[in-house]
Design a protein around this ligand. Structure first.
Ligand code: G3P
Length: 218
């Protein structure tokens, strides 16, 4: 399973890219709203230059024609951009048109396997079931990921499943066990995945013992 970073924060992306384990970035209007002093186009261009893999940037039109118009414009900003589109009738119509044009899409705000299936049938490159938001309302978000992956495998569907709205490291493990192609994680969760108190304690002990060893052999 690949890991994408779910943020529009340039500093976080820089740090994660340096570590070398992320394969893409996903943004949305809410994540962009947390960043100040940078415009949409500038942010998308900058992020796309920082990572080799796909960078999702969301359209804000609600009608298919407007979505396609925005998407065609955004697609000129960078070769690795993927257009994020909500799963609505208009979103599916726009996705079909963009797929014919060879524009990559990430169908977002997915809350059911049926929505995911329709996204795939419309020609989506990626579909993003929102795990945490389903958990928040008492549904098993990861089951939507697992069911979607199973359905896609049953029919050899090429659309990749991005486990999104990831809230903690256990979500990432569960997404990998459910065979999601990708989990898109906030920077905080990436750091939580790296850290383990026994790793820190082990390094401390090794350093202490190394000091003793060097002292003895001096
Ligand atoms: O990329 C969109 C998705 O991951 C949003 O997550 O935490 O706002 O539900 P969240």
């Amino acid at each position: 399973m690949k890991i994408f970073l779910d943020t529009a924060n340039i500093e976080e992306i820089k740090q994660a890219a340096r570590i070398g384990v992320i394969s893409g970035v996903t943004t949305n209007p809410s994540l962009l709203a947390k960043e100040t002093g940078i415009g949409f186009e500038e942010a998308v261009r900058e992020i796309c230059a920082m990572v080799d893999g796909p960078v999702s940037a969301e359209v804000t039109s609600l009608d298919a024609e407007g979505m396609v118009r925005e998407a065609m414009e955004i697609a000129t900003w960078a070769r690795n951009v993927a257009i994020k589109i909500p799963i609505t009738a208009s979103g599916l119509e726009a996705t079909r048109k963009l797929s014919v044009e060879g524009v990559r899409t990430n169908l977002t705000l997915c809350f059911s396997p049926n929505q995911a299936l329709l996204a795939a049938l419309a020609g989506a490159t990626f579909v993003s079931p929102f795990v945490g938001r389903l958990d928040d309302v008492g549904h098993d978000g990861m089951q939507v990921v697992a069911d979607t992956v199973e359905i896609f495998r049953n029919y050899g569907i090429q659309t990749e499943v991005i486990a999104a709205s990831i809230r903690h490291p256990l979500h990432v493990t569960a997404a990998a066990k459910a065979r999601a192609h990708i989990a898109t994680v906030p920077f905080k969760v990436l750091m939580q995945m790296i850290q383990h108190p026994l790793t820190d304690a082990g390094i401390k002990k090794f350093m202490e013992d190394w000091g003793k060893f060097v002292g003895m052999s001096a």
